[in-house]
Structures are given as C-alpha cells and as structure tokens.
Design a protein around this ligand. Structure first.
Ligand SMILES: [Zn+2]
Length: 445
C-alpha cells in the first residue's frame, strides 16, 4: 500500500504556513516536529521554557567541591537552537519546566537497532558459552524471522531510548549474506519514520565476518549507500588475519569518505595487534583521524600498566576513540586511564534484549552511573564529570565550575530530569521528565 506522503499530509492537514511562527500557549509543551513546507523552507518555531534549572557553579569548602550551585532561568528556543538563556520570569507566557534540571540530551553510541527481541515477547539470551562463530551460525538460522518485524522493533527501541533521555544513536546494522541489505533497508524505514524526533548514524557491520562469510561485495554495496561508518569484527578470530580485514575496511572507508567503527572482542596478541595496526593505518591516513573507533576493545582491560599507558597514548595521538559498554565482572575496562590520556570514550547499550545480551535498559545515564560505581567516582565533582559518558562529552560546568552549557546557538537537544544537579542525576539515575530534540518536545513523562 502506498503510504500517504509527507507533502500530501501537510497539505491536507494545513499544519503550517511557510514562515509561520508557532508560539506555544502557557503550560503546553510544543509537540511534534518542525514541519517542512512545500517550498522546503523550515518555518521558524519559537517557544520559551521557564523555571529551568541550570548549573551555575561549584560550592567549595577547604578547596573541595561540596555542592553544585544552580539557578532558575528562561530558555528561549528557536529553529531547533537555543536562542537565549535569560533570567527566570515565572510569570512568562511560557512552558513550565517546574524547576527540573536541564542537561544535554543523551547519546547512545553503540547499539544494534536492527536486531532485537524488544517490541516482541520477552526472551532471554541463549547459553553463554557460545563462541562468536557459534552465534554467526545461530544468526544464519534466525535472522530471516527477525527481519519480518525489524522495522517495527527498531521504532520501539527508539521510543525506549527517547524515554531514557536519548535523542541520538549510532547503530550498527548487519550486512551479511543472510540479511543481505534487508536489515539496512528495514532500519532505514524506521529511521525515516522517526527522523523528526531522533537522530542516527549507521555503521555497516559485517557481523558474519568480511571474508569468513563472503560479505565483501555486500559491504561495498552498503558503503555506497547512506551509511556513516564501515564496521568490522574480530579480524583474526573471524577472518583469520588482522591485516586482511583491516586493510579491506580502511580502503572501503577511504574510498567512500566514511569513518570506521569495529567490534573488537578478541584479546591477547591478536587483539593488541588489531588495535596497533588500525591505529597505525589512521596515522598514515589523516582523513580517518577522529572518525575511527574501537568498540568494546576488551584487550585494553588485560594489558600490563606500561603497555596500557603506551597504547592509550597512541590512541589519543591518532585520535582513535573507544566505545565501551562499561562491562563488569572479570573485564574492567581502563576507562579512567583512557580519559587521562585524552582518548575519546563513548558508550551505548549495545543490545536491548537480543540473542547476544539480555540487559540493555536503554539508558546511557545508567552507564554513567555504572562507570561512577566501578571506578569509585563518588564525590560531587567526580559524579558531575561522569555525566559526559551519557552526553558524549558535554557537561554544563567545566572542571573549575565555570558554566559552559547551555549557550546561545547550541542545538536545542536537551533533557529535563528530576534532579538538583548532574552529580545527583548520575548517582541516582534520576527519572527523565522530558526530551527535546532539535527544538521539539518528543517525549514527556
Ligand atoms: Zn555491538
């Protein structure tokens, strides 16, 4: 069935005229997305939030941060951006944030939106002792069934993420001979349906190996499509050669102007060799600097201190980032060491209830909390710094307590949480009350 086109919908509903200014009534949240008019001009959409709690500084005692100072403000939003932060006017004709804390919207930087049990019946993962190759064989049997519902389920995960304050995700998407390009196409439908309320970037992920499953041609086709990163998977364990898989990925990324984000679970010599070889390739090809990431990278958790320090230094210098789901148990990632060397560290849920993992809650604030607990970050200052794991680096106050967010011109992608400050939000995984994506309220609790 031909679905009603966006243009027809806007024409028939008479939603907005070009250039119309939409100012919300007091007490009502602006909902829905900025509408594209027939001329392609985006109407100016302006509204104001009042009684917004923002962090303004740290309170010190004997040189130690003992509390976070906050105040209430009016925040003007226009055209998807923060237009101004003004003194609070409780009587203003504006949407009432009721003293809730405004933080940058959260970002999930490693998730698989394309394959999940979420949105369907509950199902725990299978026995733990399966190897990645066992899981590939399992996927070859089960993916055709999962693909039937994958668009719907991706939309359900996006809604879950929004309810946890996340407005952006980097999703890996399976590219292999079982799904071919269908997992990508199904996910692109979900992304299209959610595009006004949620942002994404995609990693073409050869989940079944590049050469092990003969996915080279499909990866080349995917690279020419609307994706952002070339993925990879345990080059030695799955494809039998670190150089062969990495060379293929690097060339594909360079040919198509994409970034790189590879899954690296394998440890030992091959794991370390993969880190070093990929890092070297990025040094040789500056176009890849700042656009190359190692997901999981568990090998770093097992390195002796001098080797770890040296490797972290190399990653920082080459601008290769690490995306960690903050595992615990026997694998404690050296995240504080990575931060100390200036390595970009990001996080994500990875799975939301699928055959790989059962635990994804959808919340990256929970990951920041987990990081705080794992590394003993329990003071006001330390907790406030941990927020950056959920926001991809942005925190309202700098290390000295100077306000650096929000500023006029910042993207109006923000979350309102029921907390008095960042430290409390991280420590308590405070409830998300509303999510604003590029100026539009897309979730409200
Ligand atoms: Zn993953």
């Amino acid at each position: 069935m031909e679905s009603i086109s966006r243009k027809t919908f806007i024409q028939s509903s008479g939603l907005l005229l070009a250039g119309e200014i939409l100012v919300k009534k007091p007490g009502a949240f602006a909902t829905g997305a900025a509408q594209q008019t027939e001329t392609g001009r985006k109407p100016v959409k302006k509204w104001v939030l009042k009684n917004v709690r923002l962090e303004t500084g740290f309170v010190y005692e004997d040189g130690e941060v003992i509390a976070t100072e906050t105040g209430l403000f009016n925040v003007e939003i226009e055209d998807g951006k923060i237009k101004a932060v003004l003194p609070n006017d409780p009587k203003a004709d504006a949407t009432d944030a009721k003293g809730q804390l405004m933080l940058p919207a959260f970002r999930d930087m490693h998730i698989h939106l394309d394959k999940t049990f979420y949105g369907g019946p509950w199902k725990a993962r299978l026995a733990k002792n399966r190897s990645v190759k066992d899981m590939i064989a399992f996927e070859q049997k089960t993916l055709p069934e999962l693909l039937k519902t994958s668009t719907y389920r991706a939309e359900k995960i996006i809604e879950l993420l929004q309810s946890k304050g996340t407005n952006f995700a980097r999703s890996h998407v399976n590219i292999e001979p079982t799904s071919r390009l269908d997992s990508l196409k199904n996910l692109q439908k979900a992304i299209e349906n959610k595009k006004d309320s949620f942002g994404t970037e995609l990693v073409a992920f050869p989940q079944h190996g590049v050469f092990y499953s003969h996915s080279e041609q499909l990866m080349k086709e995917a690279a020419a499509m609307d994706i952002d990163f070339i993925g990879g998977l345990d080059p030695n364990a799955i494809d039998g050669s670190v150089e062969k898989q990495i060379d293929f990925i690097v060339q594909l990324a360079l040919d198509h102007g994409k970034g790189i984000d590879i899954h690296l679970h394998e440890g030992g010599e091959p794991g370390l060799k993969t880190v070093e070889y990929l890092t070297q390739k990025v040094v040789e090809n500056p176009a890849l600097a700042g656009k190359t990431f190692l997901s999981h990278c568990f090998v770093l958790a097992k390195l002796e201190k001098p080797k770890l320090e040296e490797t972290a230094e190399k990653l920082a210098h080459a601008r290769v980032g690490v995306i960690s789901t903050v595992p615990f148990g026997s694998t404690i990632m050296p995240i504080p060491t990575l931060y100390r060397h200036g390595v970009t560290v990001m996080t994500g849920n990875d799975s939301i209830v699928d055959h790989w993992n059962t635990f994804g809650s959808g919340s990256v604030l929970q990951k920041a909390n987990l990081m705080a607990q794992l590394y003993g970050q329990s003071t006001e200052l330390d907790l406030s710094r941990c927020l950056k794991l959920a926001t991809c680096g942005i925190v309202p106050l700098d290390d000295k307590g100077k306000q650096q967010w929000p500023k006029a011109g910042d993207e109006a992608s923000v979350v309102l949480v029921e907390a008095s400050c960042s430290a409390e939000a991280v420590a308590r995984i405070s409830p998300v009350k509303a999510l604003v994506h590029r100026g539009n309220v897309v979730y409200r609790n």
